[in-house]
Design a protein around this ligand. Sequence first.
Ligand code: DOR
Length: 425
Amino acid sequence: MNLEEEVLVLRDVLIPGGRVCDITLSDGRVSHLGASGKADTIYKCNDQIVLPAGIDMHVHMRDGIQAQKEDWESGTKSALAGGVTVVVDQPNTIPPITTGKILQDRAHLAEEQAYCNFAINAGVTTDADLEGMARAGAMAFGETFAGPSSYGEALTRDDLESAIHTIKNLDGLVTLHAEVVQEGQDNTLATHDTLRSIAGEKQAVQIIQEIATPGSRIHFCHISCADTISTIKSKDIGTIEVTPHHLFLSHDSCTPDDTHAKVNPPLRTEHERKRLWECWNKIDVIASDHAPHTLQEKSVPFSDAPSGIPGVETMIPLLMAEVHNGRISRIDVIEKTSTNPARILGIEPAGYQPGMRADFALYPKVCTSIQAENLFSKAGWTPYEGMEGVFPDTVIMAGQVAYDQKACIKTNPTWIKGRGYIPVK
Ligand code: DOR
């Protein structure tokens, strides 16, 4: 232990398995589990649920010329306030991340502004320098667009095949936006669901299965239906990510042309939403696909509105409300928001055991009503308005308090690089 480091103790924590003990944190790690000694700061946790903090492996932090939607400061404050200490930024920025230089510039911008740890994914386009981005520190590749979306053009089958092959040779992880999209008039949530159908999602997954060579590491982003999950699992094609909006919202409960609920892949019917929950045990990761667009940008006719829903701050709170109401376990939340994303991405996991990364979120045992005015995102709205959430009181990052009683505190966020990173001498 570095003796000059601050020592923080989480007192009387209920550890999974039933033991109640103190967790001592110093030098960014858990230094001891059991009765604690001298501490600079003590948090009494007997009335709280203490979880390893989340990794949200799918966020769009925007910034640059899209800073009116979100920037690194507002987006990472939003993450912390939702119990997330690592965000993985998607490369469909303007300009897109296609070279090592652009990726490093993005990381340096984040280093100046971010309040939580972050990683940056490499863009997968026909002209992208995949190897250069791996060496520059890309965490993963994609979301790789098998179907078009906001700020992302679809790759052809041949281009997808070639990219997956190159990424495999770089020992990289391909993250996929799996949709086959039909042409047609897209003026309601129902037509959006039809044009970007369940069958299209399944078809995209099947194409990936056909073109991925053995040994490719594939992760499917925001899978929206039970049938696709069954296909991926039965054929063992890749890991599965599901968003809170597909679990908690359906277009049946929205006004037919509500642009705020327009997202890719689309919200499905209530029937499909319930079927998605039946697959809960097969889902590897819950990630938000935090895609902030402003109220003004959403206030246009449906067919012109950008797709995307903000959600990094409400993701774990919505899940913790399910824990509170006895529908899922806290172990489920830890696995799907922290341990599994860490394993899939190769990030050191946060956890209770000595030596582990000391990132924790302390949740009260009460639900509150989700209100946009209380959220940090610049988007300024949430589709979960009025729904129940359990928000953390305190968030610890690398053993330091990074969020407490609704205030974000600047600590020392780090850029977490992917396994292909080669430092420049
Ligand atoms: O709805 C979406 N919005 N889906 C995506 O895949 C991209 C995202 C965005 O960047 O706005």
